[in-house]
Design a protein around this ligand. Structure first.
Ligand SMILES: Nc1nc2c(ncn2[C@@H]2O[C@H](COP(=O)(O)OP(=O)(O)OP(=O)(O)O)[C@@H](O)[C@H]2O)c(=O)[nH]1
Length: 334
């Protein structure tokens, strides 16, 4: 463990299973007045990018990596983005990487050690893993990625404590400790952790990682994904009727919630100048207006689903039925 040298830019990797609160933490970091400028790299699962739109409008530059999972494209895109960033490093002081909920953090961390150019210019500061206190115990045995994310954590944000009892919290914390005996664990609601404890920790401990994974530095890192988890997206440029959409989204969240690991979307409602955001983690659904549509922004509705055995045809059919009738659009534009 050592501090970055003057020429090395610190990098914090934010990880955690689907819907745990990574974007919530990222937004907190970007919104807080800490006087630091960050370059942000986000990677998401699914072909229609949503995360970038859920990140607060900060001055920070956000680089999206949507064409695959960060842990699989580690040799390619991530290295290229970081090398590109390093050529203009007068613009920021630190880098934040938000991985997908399905990423294994090991190959991401490995990039900062095995690529010479990246290694000389950056310094992995910490792997910060956000945990959903409500869903972790139900998921962890099936989700290999969630175990890896905890095993590699330097700092665990045990989030969503508002959704569980004190006893459940003790059980979740005990489970985390079984996987990772040394990481600092901080409980939180909406990731309200002291950011000075999360950032600039100088906490990434290569020796500890080599104990878990002795071949960590040996080139290609084998990792597995849960092949049963798939994603699909629904897109329409016809406005949605909120009186149809809202009951429908509640219905599918209840009906398919067990298998629905994550759903998120940005919607254009008929006769509404504000964007509407919906998000679900299993059966817990949240929605609300976000901000006004910008002047030349296409009013397109996008929904992304990530889950096991989700019936795309049924969901797509229901979604399309929530659109306003074409006659109504013709009447509006007449
Ligand atoms: N009740 C409750 N909800 C929370 C808390 N933190 C985040 N959420 C909600 O949980 C959902 C997921 O939060 P995100 O921050 O988007 O999670 P994420 O890990 O970035 O999600 P993915 O990138 O899709 O894996 C959102 O609807 C949040 O509003 C919390 O402490 N309590």
């Amino acid at each position: 463990m050592s501090a970055p040298t003057a020429t090395q830019t610190p990098v914090t990797v934010l990880t955690g299973y689907l819907g745990a609160g990574k974007t919530t933490l990222l937004n907190r970091i970007l919104s807080e007045q800490h006087g630091k400028k960050y370059a942000v790299i986000v990677n998401e699962f699914g072909e229609v990018g949503i995360d970038n739109d859920l990140i607060v409008d900060a001055d920070e530059e956000v680089f999206e990596m949507n064409n695959g999972c960060i842990c699989c494209t580690v040799r390619g895109d991530l290295i290229r983005i970081i090398e590109g960033l390093m050529r203009r490093k007068d613009r920021f002081e630190a880098i934040l990487i938000e991985t997908t909920g399905l990423a294994d953090p090991a190959p991401v961390a490995q990039t900062f050690f095995v690529d010479d150019e990246v290694r000389s210019k950056t310094k992995l500061d910490a792997i910060v893993t956000v945990v959903d206190a409500k869903h972790l115990l139900g998921e962890i045995d099936q989700a290999h990625e969630a175990q890896e994310q905890l095993a590699f954590a330097d700092f665990v944000v045990l989030n969503k404590t508002d959704l569980v009892s004190a006893e459940e919290l003790v059980a979740v914390e005990a489970r985390i400790r079984r996987i990772n005996p040394t990481a600092m664990i901080k409980q939180s609601t909406r990731c309200d952790v002291p950011l000075d404890q999360v950032l600039g920790r100088g906490g990434f401990d290569l020796d500890r990682v080599l104990e878990i994974e002795p071949d960590f530095l040996d080139g290609d890192h084998d990792h597995e994904h849960d092949d049963h988890v798939t994603s699909f997206s629904l897109v329409t440029d016809r406005p949605l009727d909120p009186r149809k959409f809202l009951p429908w989204v509640e219905m599918i969240t209840q009906r398919f919630g067990m298998d629905m690991l994550r759903m998120k979307g940005i919607l254009a409602f008929d006769d509404d100048d504000d964007r509407f955001v919906v998000q679900a983690v299993h059966m817990l659904l949240e929605g609300g207006h976000q901000r006004a549509w910008k002047k030349n922004e296409p009013r397109v509705s996008r929904l992304v689903f990530i889950g096991r055995n989700l019936p795309k045809d049924i969901i797509e059919d229901g979604f399309m039925k929530c659109r306003v009738k074409p006659e109504r659009i013709a009447a509006l534009s007449a």
